[in-house]
Design a protein around this ligand. Structure first.
Ligand code: PLP
Length: 352
């Protein structure tokens, strides 16, 4: 607290990211990073970028990257916005498209950055409870609102909402923006990107941090109607002209273009996830159906926090959320390599 702080700073409850422990030989299954490195083509592109040209500013509009993303999704360049990680894209989205008179809606259990952005931009929000199976129910969102946002698959549950249900929501909610945060969609879900030409109120947000293994590079994007994209550019150009540096732009282009590597690594993660689910179920865990690169699981006879601490003492970190009470017994486990997941299974066998 300081007399020098702006009023809004006093009211902020900042987001707390998952821990990045500085411990050797750790099995790190806590922040949904990809266990496989980025495409070798990304590393080549980054090396080429380490050149004299670093003295020059990067392209403020990231035109080549937007073109690569537009080509990947079969869209026009004016339907694409890029940012420094999807967190920045989301931040601009809250500011540019979700700040209206009515409160915005998002699930009660969801990505915990959403209420933080509402605090920063002074946006009213209402949370909508997931059903007993921890799923989003479209009916519950059919009421007046200043906008709707949810991740698909949801985080931290991993549960997917079908494309048909998303379209049902879009058909009934035409007067405010619907943001689908598809950070984890490439691990088995059906993307809503194909709907952006039909629904001008739909914005779909993607990240290169998860399925393209580039959490360390910071690149994310949104696709939608050119008018939505224009709003994001107006905010971005009132904030930071160069959010993506030369490395981020070059690496992200190479990642979007190497489809073979992307498909292969996503399939490996999905296969390991399916195997891990079976192993955990054999031990008595209840595992929510996951379309993500993580799973959300609880054991009927063992406390979530105790299990998380015991795993940590064995050098395995997973994520445990103490709040809200509804999810306090769950462990969120990122899918690692086959070897890492096997080590997790062996460790849990000694505990449950
Ligand atoms: C649902 C969701 N959206 C967005 C992000 C942000 O990803 P990034 O800023 O790395 O692109 C995350 C990160 O964990 C997430 O879980």
């Amino acid at each position: 607290m300081s007399q020098f702080w702006s009023k809004v700073v006093h009211q902020l409850t900042p987001y707390v990211p998952g821990e990045q422990p500085k411990i050797n030989n750790l099995i790190k299954l806590n922040t949904n990073e990809n266990p496989y490195g980025p495409s070798p083509k990304v590393l080549d592109a980054l090396q080429k970028e380490a050149a004299d040209t670093l003295r020059l500013y990067p392209d403020p509009n990231s035109d080549a990257l937007k073109k690569a993303i537009a080509e990947y999704h079969g869209l026009n360049v004016n339907q694409v916005f890029v940012g420094n990680g999807s967190d920045e894209v989301l931040a601009h989205t809250f500011n540019a498209l979700l700040k209206h008179d009515l409160p915005i809606l998002f699930p009660d259990i969801t990505y915990s950055f959403y209420p933080v952005y509402c605090g920063l931009y002074e946006i009213e929000f209402e949370t909508v409870a997931l059903n007993d199976a921890f799923e989003i129910r479209v009916e519950d969102y059919l009421k007046p609102n200043g906008g709707i946002i949810f991740p698909n698959p949801n985080a931290p549950t991993g549960c997917l909402l079908s494309l048909a249900e998303i379209e049902r929501l879009l058909k009934s909610n035409r007067h405010s923006v619907v943001v689908v945060d598809e950070a984890y969609i490439d691990f088995g879900g059906e993307s809503a990107v194909g709907l952006v030409n039909t629904y001008p109120q739909l914005l779909v947000v993607h990240t290169l941090s998860k399925s393209r293994s580039l959490a360390g590079l910071r690149a994310g994007y949104a696709v939608g109607h050119p008018e939505l994209i224009d709003a994001l550019h107006r905010v971005k150009d009132s904030f930071n002209s160069y959010p993506l540096d030369r490395f981020a732009q070059a690496g992200a282009i190479a990642a979007m273009q190497d489809k073979a590597y992307f498909n292969e690594t996503c399939q490996r993660v999905i296969k390991t996830r399916e195997h891990l689910v079976i192993e955990l179920q054999k031990m008595g865990f209840e595992v929510l159906p996951s379309g993500a690169n993580f799973i959300f699981a609880r054991h009927p006879a063992h406390d979530g926090e105790v299990l998380a601490n015991q795993l940590r003492s064995k050098n395995i970190v997973i994520r445990h959320f103490k709040k809200p009470a509804k999810i306090a017994q769950f462990l969120r486990i990122t899918i690692g390599t086959e070897i890492e997941c096997q080590a997790l299974v062996e460790a849990l066998k000694d505990m449950v």
